[in-house]
Write a protein that binds this ligand. Structure first.
Ligand code: DNO
Length: 400
């Protein structure tokens, strides 16, 4: 498999030499400076590609192999095939990317909020910091800060009592932090930052959209974009919902094997692919990740490898070390490696170590880091994954 690394572009505190030193050669990035919905021009794509690939003489080569993500504007999620202008713009961006020779485009279809956490700097027992989703803090946000209409009925009275207790202990600074973490769009998010009143308005716009309607809209979108992608030899990989369950009363439709199967049945095009994100999917106990890797193998063009650990309440979770979460990472790797061997050399699976801890020198107060996207934490994750891959391949060769 090809070792990838997410890079946020020239402003990323992690440099391209850092990527090289981590040992990765396949850069995963997007034109993050382009507003959601605007067309990516060929010129802008070409410029970014040159920054990545035209390295100074003697440096190890880097390739821009995956685009993550071309954001899908909100109207496509709300209106499906009727959002013609937005879909046309998305196709134009896809064409610009394809013209630069990039073959994988990642996207997601989470309405209103992309990935969601309640803490970005949760202290682990070893002093490192991890991202965490704490269900009671989430409930405190939803019930007491956002004050979402109808939310109360979704919580048991015990959960409501816990949420109130969490909220009552919060200072104004704690509240501001939680709003920032949940509503103001984390780096790489494909949804817009929001104030609380804007958040309420967006939710109102989704009042009549349930999971059936949202799925129909995604299928209409895929019906438009996959023929173009297929013709250009591009695979579109749908990133799962993170966490993989409905939030804020909004539907989620990429949370389980059944969800993905429904999309593949509706749009069989080989351009309709999956980004296997073990950390996102692994939060849901029923998701059997090795089985999903096996079942969807031909459709996996891209993988996010990281691990999460569910906490005692079954809903809270935090990001664990890459090999030490609830996910059976070794079995996932074996399934991916089997698929990878079946493929032609120009069609290998790209994976990237996802979300590392903030640790060692990255803990320095002066150090600017993107949540989850520190150099050192991901370097550790990649090194562990690479070691596991080598060991698996070594045993397989020895047994042959
Ligand atoms: C968070 C990421 C997301 C993800 C996009 C995919 O770290 O997993 O930003 O890349 O949602 O479209």
């Amino acid at each position: 498999m090809l070792e990838g690394w997410r890079w946020y572009g020239p402003d990323d505190p992690v440099s391209l030499d850092d990527v090289r030193q981590a040992g990765a050669s396949h850069v995963v990035t997007a034109l993050h400076q382009v507003p959601i919905g605007d067309v990516w021009t060929r010129k802008a794509v070409e410029e970014r590609k040159n920054i990545i690939e035209k390295s100074q003489p003697g440096r190890s080569a880097l390739f821009w192999s995956v685009v993550e993500s071309i954001p899908i504007p909100d109207d496509v999620k709300r209106l499906g095939g009727k959002a013609t202008r937005s879909i046309e713009a998305w196709i134009a961006s896809l064409e610009a990317v394809a013209s630069a020779g990039i073959k994988v485009i990642c996207y997601n279809f989470m309405p209103v909020v992309d990935w969601c956490r309640t803490d970005l700097e949760w202290e682990l027992a070893n002093g490192a910091r991890a991202m965490r989703f704490d269900q009671d803090r989430f409930a405190a946000f939803e019930l007491h800060i956002l004050q979402r209409a109808g939310a109360l009925t979704e919580y048991s009275s015990a959960a409501q009592t816990r949420a109130r207790a969490v909220f009552e202990r919060m200072t104004q600074a704690d509240i501001d932090y939680l709003v920032m973490v949940i509503a103001s769009a984390l780096p790489g998010s494909t949804t817009e930052p929001m104030t609380i009143p804007q958040f309420r308005n967006r939710l109102e716009q989704y009042r009549d959209i349930d999971s059936k309607v949202l799925r129909k809209h995604l299928i209409e979108f895929l019906a438009e974009v996959t023929p173009v992608a297929e013709q250009l030899g591009v695979t579109l990989t749908l990133h799962p919902d993170d966490p993989p369950r409905p939030l804020f009363g909004l539907p989620r439709i990429a949370s389980s094997a059944e969800d993905y199967q429904a999309l593949f049945d509706a749009v069989p095009s080989k351009a309709n692919g999956i980004c296997l994100c073990t950390g996102s999917l692994g939060v849901r106990a029923e998701n059997d990740l090795p089985a999903m890797a096996e079942r969807f193998a031909p459709r996996i063009a891209f993988a996010h490898l990281r691990a999460t650990r569910r906490e005692a309440d079954g809903l809270s979770f935090h990001e664990s070390d890459h090999l030490d979460g609830d996910v059976d990472m070794i079995s996932v790797l074996k399934a991916l490696l089997r698929e990878n061997r079946r493929r032609a050399a120009d069609n290998r699976i790209v994976f990237r170590p996802d979300h590392g801890h903030r640790m060692l020198d990255d803990l320095a107060a002066t150090k600017r880091t993107n949540p989850g996207y520190t150099a050192i934490g991901r370097l550790r994750g990649l090194a562990e994954l690479r070691g596991a891959i080598r060991a698996i391949e070594h045993d397989r060769m020895a047994a042959a």
